[in-house]
Design a protein around this ligand. Sequence first.
Ligand SMILES: C[S@@+](CC[C@H](N)C(=O)[O-])C[C@H]1O[C@@H](n2cnc3c(N)ncnc32)[C@H](O)[C@@H]1O
Length: 370
Amino acid sequence: MRPLGGNWVADLTDSYKSPKPMWEYDGKIPYGKRIWAYSYENMVKFEESGRIAYATSGMPSYKRYLDEMPGVPLQNNWDDIKPPSSKERLGYPTQKPISLLERIIRSSSNAGDIVLDPFCGCGTAVHAAEKGGRHWIGIDVTFPAIQVINDRIRHYLPSAQYVVGGIPQTTEDAAALADLDKFQFQFWAVALVGAHSRYGKGGDQGVDGQFFFKMDSKTDGTGIISVKAGKNLNPAMIRELRGTVEREQAEMGVFICLTPPTPQMEREAATAGFFESSQGRHPRIQIKTIDELLSGNGIDCPLLYTTVTMAEAGRRSDKLSQKRPTLPSSELLRQRNLLLPITGKKLPLKTKQSELEFEPLRRAIKGLVA
Ligand SMILES: C[S@@+](CC[C@H](N)C(=O)[O-])C[C@H]1O[C@@H](n2cnc3c(N)ncnc32)[C@H](O)[C@@H]1O
């Protein structure tokens, strides 16, 4: 027999009926307008069979055991589970509450089973499966979803072991993705550096992505991402990024490209100089090729907010960004809420055909299934 978790004791008292029988059990009488619900003889029987538990005040209660409680079978209408609490929310537009997925997984599988969520969004099912000791496969079509799941698992379940397939692993894969769909390439490249796509497809006024970081213990900073998949690069693109950084009052800008930059572009970036944070000096404009990023040569910036820590920071809005009060939680959460253009539109036939030709993705999926 297992004692019930949490509320595992039952009250031994009943409401007062006149005249109040004022007898003590083990030196205690019920509080207020309550009386003992059982006779003294029954109380002694409970005691002898080990069914009495004492609170720190010395007040006795009746011990209940889970095995003795038939419970109520779950009904079709699960209205006891509420939408994700603000503490849980990661800003993903369609996020489900983890308690819902935990219940579904617990009631339909055992530890060690495999849970498959082929439309896993920000990974609530994946999170619940990992917590519940299940193996799991999560599939989602958008890169921002994969980014949130990665951040989520690393943050909440750091010992989880998993592989991410179906996303570019080499510069050739990345070039294939850019040929297939330059917007998806852009989403992927922005997520690759831990930044967040802005305003869905196409970016906004030269801003393809944004990232936030800690300048020091009190102040946050912003970085702007510009992504170029094309082969024709020139210094004007760096000047444009610098202008965008200034316009947005950001601390830094990162230019991500598939093709190596020209020496003139490098010189142009160098003229932007450096900015200081509590963690040192960082170049204000940085150029990174996909090759460099994939080899682990990431951007030089102070401590980056992940999607999870950004959502947390959003909740602490008032304390955030002493430097620019115009960058509070609403902006951080808005970044998350707007990044998914889920339109439900059918893909044009051309894209479907080229998807079939997307060899790296096919290889990765094959690897997963094998
Ligand atoms: C309703 S959401 C899932 C939400 C998820 N349960 C959560 O808690 O975050 C559906 C997801 O399906 C993804 N999706 C849409 N079409 C897809 C496709 N063809 N293949 C894989 N994922 C797709 C979307 O990107 C979206 O994240």
